[in-house]
Every structure is written in C-alpha cells, then in structure tokens.
Design a protein around this ligand. Structure first.
Ligand code: FAD
Length: 257
C-alpha cells in the first residue's frame, strides 16, 4: 500500500485508488492487526450495556468490551442501540439513506467509436433518465484496463435506483446502453458486464444534519465507552472516514491513560 502511494506517477490521473481495488485497504488493516486482534465475522443483532461494559450479540455469541465503536450504517446502528441507548437510536434512525446500482460495461476498444477523451460524465438532474454519472475507467485508472478494451462504469443513484430495485440485470443494462447511446453515441454491444446493487448505502446529509450529529455526539457523552464512526456523520468520502476513525481511536486511547 505504502509502495503504491510512493509510485504515484507525476502528471498521471487526478484520482487516487489502489491497483487491486479498495479491498487492498481493509486487507492491509487486517494484516496489520493479525495475531493481536480477534476478528469475528458475523451480523451483530443487538447491543446491550452490562455495568461498565458493552455486549454485542453476534449469532449465538456475545462479545464484551469496555469500549465499543459502532461503524455500521446509521440505520443499522439505530436498531442495535434501540434498547441500550434509545435517544441516540432515535437520532440515528432519522438519517436518510439513498441506494445505488453500478453497472460496468466492457467493450472492444476498437469498436467503441468514442475517443474517451475525459474521465466520464455527470448527468444534470433535469436530464436524467437512468444514469446519474459514468466513469471512463481507461482514463480515470489506466492500469485497470488493458489497451484493447474500454470499460465504462455507470452509476444509477437516488430515486431511480429504488425504482429499479427489482428490475433484472438485462433490463437495467438495456437502459444503461440507451443512455450511453444518447450521451456518448456508443451503440456497440459490450463484451461483458458486471453489476452491483448497493441498497441504502449512502447517508444523505439533509438540512438539519449538522444539528442532528451534534445531538448524537452530545448524547454519547452519557454512554461512556460507546463510540460511533463511519460515513454517517462528518463526511462520506473514504478520507473523511479515516479522519473520523483516527480521531475516535485517539479518544479511546486517551480514556485508557
Ligand atoms: C457506489 C459508491 C461509490 C463510492 N465511491 C467513492 C469514491 O470514489 N471515493 C470515496 O472517497 N468514497 C466513495 N464512496 C463512499 C465510501 O465508499 C463510503 O462512504 C465508505 O466506504 C463508508 O465507510 P463505512 O465504513 O462508514 O461504511 P461501509 O463501507 O458501508 O461499511 C459498513 C460495514 O458495516 C457492515 N454491517 C452492516 N450491518 C452490520 C451488522 N448488523 N453487523 C455487522 N456488520 C454490519 C457492512 O457489511 C459493512 O461492511 C462510495 C460509496 C458508494 C456506495
């Protein structure tokens, strides 16, 4: 990971990511703590307070800790805290989320009929049919696409993603291709495509979000050892999440001294 940062070419893409995708980051974190931290895979179903410690229910197991950092989406944290920190749960439940659908269409570059002379496009709300945006992967992350292929990643977000929640992959691909035809003039048949649904994945910082977050963090002061981190509070980008996580870790370390 460090090496990838050092190798960033001068004058290269404006965007920064990992060659192997974002999981590189979480894999590196898991490797860094291996042997010192017990990683349990499972769905947390409840959080309760017992004296000075917090209990997390995962399947038939119950994990106990003095400090607990909840990093699930706000609507999940709300359910987990329903019985143990209701004022916080109520505020968390009020943070709305939007959904997204990602479709990557991969073409034979020679038959694409478009120069990919940019990073992609954004579609203004008033002109949107299906796609809200599309990334031209070849120019945004050149190492991810061999020169003979062209990869276009389409984003469907908000109300349209909800409307298409039960549509089939083929139906959605047809709509995406219709948009690519109208915005880029691309009529070629993709060689293959990938498809990912991200339901309720993006917190929406609606009017009043700042006040709500302030309330949440004020309430947290009444629940020693309970912490919240992740994208629901103070920025949705990965750098925001890292900053908030570091701040939370420093807080916990300060409590331990
Ligand atoms: C389609 C899309 C594209 C994006 N593109 C970018 C980008 O280009 N750049 C950027 O900076 N940011 C981007 N973001 C935003 C960024 O990815 C997120 O804000 C960030 O990943 C949020 O991290 P998080 O840890 O808060 O939440 P998440 O990554 O959502 O992690 C929450 C975790 O909680 C787990 N979980 C949920 N419920 C439970 C439960 N009951 N028990 C146990 N675990 C549970 C989930 O499985 C998940 O692993 C994008 C987001 C989306 C959806």
């Amino acid at each position: 990971m460090q090496q990838e940062l050092r190798e960033r070419p001068k004058g290269g893409s404006l965007f920064l990511s990992f060659r192997g995708g974002m999981q590189t980051l979480t894999n590196a974190l898991a490797t860094a703590i291996a042997g010192r931290v017990n990683i349990v895979h499972g769905e947390a179903t409840a959080v309760t307070r017992n004296g000075d410690s917090w209990q997390v229910r995962i399947g038939n197991e119950s994990l106990s800790a003095r400090d607990l950092v909840l990093c699930c989406p706000a609507h999940v944290n709300a359910k987990l805290l329903e019985s143990s920190a209701q004022p916080i749960a109520d505020e968390l439940a009020g943070i709305p989320y939007s959904s997204a659908i990602l479709v990557m269409a991969v073409y034979d570059r020679a038959s694409l009929g478009h120069p990919l002379d940019g990073f992609g496009f954004l579609v203004p709300r008033g002109e949107r049919k299906t796609l809200a945006a599309a990334t031209w992967v070849n120019t945004k992350w050149p190492v991810r696409t061999p020169p003979n292929l062209a990869a276009i990643r389409g984003f469907i977000v908000g109300r349209r993603a909800v409307e298409l929640a039960s549509a089939t992959e083929e139906e959605i691909l047809t709509l995406v291709r219709e948009d690519l035809r109208s915005f880029m003039g691309v009529t070629a048949q993709p060689l293959f495509h990938t498809f990912y649904r991200w339901p309720s994945s993006m917190p929406q910082y609606v009017v009043g979000h700042g006040a709500r977050v302030k309330n949440i963090f004020q309430h947290l002061a009444n629940y020693p050892g309970l912490f919240l981190a992740g994208n629901s509070y103070d920025g949705v980008g990965i750098p925001d999440c890292l900053r908030h996580a570091r701040h939370t870790a420093q807080h916990i370390c300060a409590r331990s001294i």
